[in-house]
Design a protein around this ligand. Structure first.
Ligand code: PLP
Length: 439
């Protein structure tokens, strides 16, 4: 009997024993094409020797030094590299061990910034429905996924959730994408005014929505307008690129494509590419300086923040992304993936939408294309696709989610950027098989 506390005690997961490029291998020798990079993690694929060597070299030199006493060479070098390539205005990097820790830290930093600035009345956070920001209590409070939040209601913070920017479901037929983008952003201004602008500290959003929605990109102009609204009312903009960042959408940071820079940016997943658990929160010089010139102490921290081995892995990963041209490859292979998905599923009676950017793609499943009617949740379509795909040797990331009952099942695809054309064919073939088996 296993003593591991599994994610799902009714499943009996195989034992993963190896990883080679785009494949994972279990103890029976079965190979699985990693079509979702786990959960948009494995951007470099598995078994990358260069990253393994960098980790080994760091462990041999220095495995751990507590950040209460020290900084470290890899943490300094990775922070420099990230800031060199980060959106304008971001100036400091706070390293953590994963995505939830990054968003949790961002929420606390926003609050402490206003306290130190002499505006303690600013304590309200606005987020969006159908978003995911992590599973710790603060991050879960920001998330808008009803299913994940349900039983924890009494513990959650009071966060406002506005409608997401979700063209397929929420754009009116008589509306252009641009007009919809502006209308969707207006929801933020309305909510700020409803709450009282002087009480709002921050707005948090994923530039391209991942786990809860299946790679939903923003409408054109949406984030530019969001940035203007935040500036108008002195509200901080927190962008959560835990899933969509680190080259996944075809640019190092997803928000580059929307022409905006946040005040706080959260990254994780692709930063360690699965080789080490590492995430980061980047913040503006103005936020950092306010605290540095005030108490001088961000009231936060975990034992393993800025871990030398984790940051050495992150440094090797970011260098690999940049030096091997993998961000550009995510863009070009991502276009090929989109073309293959469109060819295969463009006329499929149960595929309502195919979307995303770069190596971050999603398809939304419907029982009827014309009316966009979702499947009855009791059918468990997403779960059945996941199971059928896994049996066929494909790892993909199907989920179901709802905003006011309007959406249903989707499949998220986020393969390693190194994926070859024939592996993209294998991915679409196996996905088609799984969808046929499930519906
Ligand atoms: N934010 C986003 C956008 C995510 O997709 C996730 C995880 O899927 C998280 C935060 C939480 O990250 P982690 O699971 O590393 O805590």
């Amino acid at each position: 009997m296993s003593h591991v506390f599994p994610r799902h005690s009714k499943l009996n997961p195989p034992v993963a024993v190896g990883g080679e490029g785009c494949y994972l291998i279990d103890s029976t020798g079965k190979r699985y094409l990693d079509g979702s990079g786990g959960a948009a993690v494995s951007c470099l694929g598995h078994g990358d020797r260069e990253i393994a060597e960098a980790i080994k070299a760091q462990i041999d030199k220095l495995a751990f030094a507590h950040t209460g006493f020290f900084t470290s060479e890899p943490a300094e070098a990775l922070a420099d590299l990230l800031i060199e390539h980060a959106p304008e205005g971001l100036d400091r990097v706070y390293f953590v061990s994963g995505g939830s820790e990054a968003t949790e830290a961002a929420i606390k930093l926003a609050r402490q910034y206003f306290v130190e600035k002499g505006a303690p009345e600013r304590g309200k956070l606005i987020a969006r429905k159908q978003s995911y920001h992590g599973n710790t209590i603060g991050a879960l409070s920001a998330g808008g996924n009803a299913w994940r939040r349900a039983q924890f209601g009494p513990l959650l913070l009071d966060v406002s959730h506005i409608d997401p920017c979700y063209e397929y479901r929420l754009r009116r037929e008589d509306e252009s994408a641009e007009a919809y983008g502006l209308r969707a952003a207006q929801a933020l201004e309305d909510e700020i005014l409803r709450l009282g602008a002087e009480t709002v500290m921050a707005f948090i959003a994923e530039p391209v929505v991942g786990a809860t929605a299946g790679a939903v990109p923003p409408a054109p102009g949406y984030f530019k307008r969001i940035r203007e609204i935040c500036d108008k009312y002195g509200v901080l903009l927190i962008l959560d690129e835990v899933m969509c960042g680190m080259g996944r959408t075809g640019t190092l940071f997803a928000c580059e494509q929307d022409g905006v820079a946040p005040d706080i940016l959260c990254i994780a997943k692709g930063l360690g590419a699965g080789y080490q658990p590492v995430g980061a929160m980047l913040c503006s010089g103005e936020i950092y300086d306010t605290i540095a010139n005030g108490t001088g102490f961000f009231q936060h921290g975990h034992t393993y923040i800025g871990h030398p081995v984790a940051t050495a892995a992150g440094l090797a990963v970011v260098r690999a992304l940049l030096d091997r041209g993998l961000v550009g490859r995510a863009a070009t292979q991502g276009e090929k993936l989109m073309a293959k998905l469109t060819e295969r599923f463009g006329q499929h009676p149960h595929v309502g939408d195919i979307r995303g950017r770069g190596m971050f793609r999603g398809i939304e499943l419907v029982s009827d294309r014309d009316s966009k009617t979702p499947f009855d949740p009791s059918k468990g379509v997403a779960g059945k696709i996941k199971k059928a795909a896994f049996e066929a040797g494909l790892i993909c990331y199907p989920m179901s989610g709802t905003i006011d009952g309007k959406s249903g099942d989707h499949v998220l695809l986020a393969p390693p950027f190194i994926i070859e054309d024939d592996q993209l064919d294998e991915l679409t073939d196996k996905l088609a098989l799984a969808i046929s088996a499930a519906i």
